[in-house]
Design a binder for this molecule. Structure first.
Ligand code: UN1
Length: 519
């Protein structure tokens, strides 16, 4: 193990030798297949993790169910206090955990750190929520009656997270689910097991210190069979899944088949519209971060860029200057994710590289134009053994099928528009509905964009890029993105079962709607 990997693992209490247990159900274990986790920048194997068998997954689910009883018995504000302590424990490890995210996922140092910060932020939100999670008291039409709407815990929430946010997405779900009175079982992406182990090791002692069974934050590292066991379990009323539309559709059907609930965070096909009156410098910055940042591997990354025809040529020329300068030594520095000066890291896996290449080949073979000087896999990349690619901008044919699909890589499609109505129509003319941005200084255009004739996405920004949302508002997308909402806002309302309770404190039994029934 390289010294930097071993330093980070040691700081996070992860063994640097031998096999690392990838199952936690109150105790650490696992006897399933060994998963080798690799650093995307160097190919170095940074851990060998023993995954869960299907039987172990079942046991972990049962232990999580048991733990959920202790969580729901704890008063809400006390649960908030536990989350506050978890927040402190996480904050103390921000730097090491952030570095582990960079090492295992491949995102740059400040984004690794930012991801831990996102977990810290949601803990703050959840702690506050623990004192304000509230139902309602409603007037009844009947004399001496009152109606309550009561939120009660669901039990266990299953969280299936993706490789690109190996820490924060679990955080959004765990923190909110927990203050709402639930335990959680986590099935992370098989390519980022160490991040999930590190997080669980931070949470475990806090739960134990507070007299709770640590299986309230269970973990099952594993592949499809483990995921299917969690998704299919009748003991898990809510499945929160982040990943592709293809897998999300299967998850949605499987959970529906047993009448469970889902929160789905699936593909994004996020569009930026730059109008002719926009602050072009600001728009350029916004597009660059959202399209090239995280090497295009956020579900909120910008995939489509629509430029007003009056500014298109100049804007594109400037944008391409940046793209074409993306080298290990330029201002848009590509390189080792842990070097603080780096802005572009590697793709996560070789599969991502293949998808990236297939997208470019597809568009160009159908008559689309490659606008950047370089494209393809970089063989002599900034580090040996990494999944390095040139970020690209393409001008596909206007009816090319690529416009409809998410490619999880730094591939940006560009087109021009004449009227804002046309641009909004193009924004909405895709199956997905996650994030969208309009750059404008025009108040009327903004009003239209935010209203019923505007963007149909879950995130509708103005003069802010498509990615990098804060936790305050509920996060999620519409249409084939799955309609799920997580993190802030009213997202917590999905993590409870609602009861409508009519209470009669009189001595008669009047019926609603004036119905009479003899007696
Ligand atoms: C994701 O890519 O799965 O808005 C989540 C953002 C981040 C979360 C992205 N706060 O880009």
């Amino acid at each position: 193990l390289s010294s930097r990997a071993s330093d980070v693992l040691k700081a996070l209490d992860i063994p640097t030798e031998g096999v690392i247990p990838g199952v936690f159900d109150g105790a650490w274990g696992g006897s399933g297949p060994i998963i080798e986790t690799k650093c995307p920048a160097t190919g170095e194997v940074i851990g060998r993790v023993q995954s869960a068998t299907v039987d172990e997954t079942r046991i972990a689910i049962a232990k999580t169910v048991e733990a959920s009883r202790a969580v729901r018995a704890m008063p809400g504000p006390k649960r908030g206090e536990v989350i506050r302590q978890i927040r402190e424990a996480l904050a103390a490890k921000t730097s090491d955990l952030g570095d582990l995210i960079s090492l295992e996922m491949g995102k740059i140092k400040s984004e690794g750190k930012g991801e831990v910060q996102e977990f810290v932020d949601i803990c703050d939100h959840a702690t506050g929520l623990s004192r304000s999670i509230a139902g309602r008291v409603l007037p009844s039409e009947r004399e001496n009656h009152v109606i309550y709407e009561i939120p009660n815990p669901l039990g266990v929430v299953g969280v299936l997270s993706a490789f690109n946010f190996p820490v924060a997405v679990y955080g959004w779900n765990f923190a909110v689910a927990f203050v709402a009175g639930n335990a959680a079982i986590w099935k992370p992406s098989p390519t980022t097991p160490l991040c999930s182990i590190a997080v669980t090791k931070i949470i475990q002692p806090v739960l134990e210190r507070n007299g709770l069974p640590a299986a309230a934050a269970s973990l099952v590292v594993g592949d499809v069979d483990v995921g299917k066991e969690v998704v299919g379990s009748g003991d898990i009323p809510l499945i929160s899944f982040t990943g592709s539309e293809r897998v999300g559709k299967e998850v949605g059907k499987a959970v529906q088949d047993r009448f469970g609930k889902t929160i789905l965070e699936l593909g994004g096909n996020n569009c930026v519209i730059v109008d002719k009156d926009a602050d072009l410098k600001q728009a350029l910055q916004g597009v660059l971060f959202a399209a090239v940042g995280t090497a295009g591997q956020r579900c909120t990354s910008t995939r489509r860029l629509l430029l007003h025809k009056d500014i298109a040529k100049d804007f594109l020329a400037k944008l391409l200057t940046y793209y074409d300068s993306a080298t290990p030594s330029s201002t848009l520095k590509m390189g080792d994710p842990l070097d603080p000066a780096t802005l572009i890291g590697p793709l996560h896996t070789e599969v991502s590289v293949k998808n990236y290449q297939a997208a470019i080949d597809g568009v160009t073979s159908r008559g689309g134009e490659l606008l950047t000087k370089r494209s393809g896999k970089i063989t002599d990349g900034p580090t040996d053994g990494g999944h390095w690619v040139w970020p690209v901008v393409l001008r596909p044919k206007i009816d090319d099928p690529c416009w409809q699909e998410e490619v999880f890589a730094p591939v940006l499609y560009v087109a021009e528009f004449e009227t804002i109505d046309e641009a909004v129509k193009i924004n909405n003319a895709v199956p997905q509905g996650l994030s969208s941005s309009l750059f404008t200084k025009n108040l009327r255009t903004m009003g239209r964009w935010l209203g019923p004739e505007g963007s149909d996405c879950g995130i509708v920004n103005v003069n802010v890029g498509t990615s990098g949302a804060e936790i305050g508002a509920a996060f999620g997308g519409n249409k084939s993105t799955g309609w799920g909402r997580e993190s802030g806002g009213d997202a917590w309302k999905q993590y409870v079962r609602w009861s409508a309770a009519t209470v009669n404190y009189g001595d008669k039994l009047p019926l609603a709607q004036g119905v009479s029934f003899g007696t």
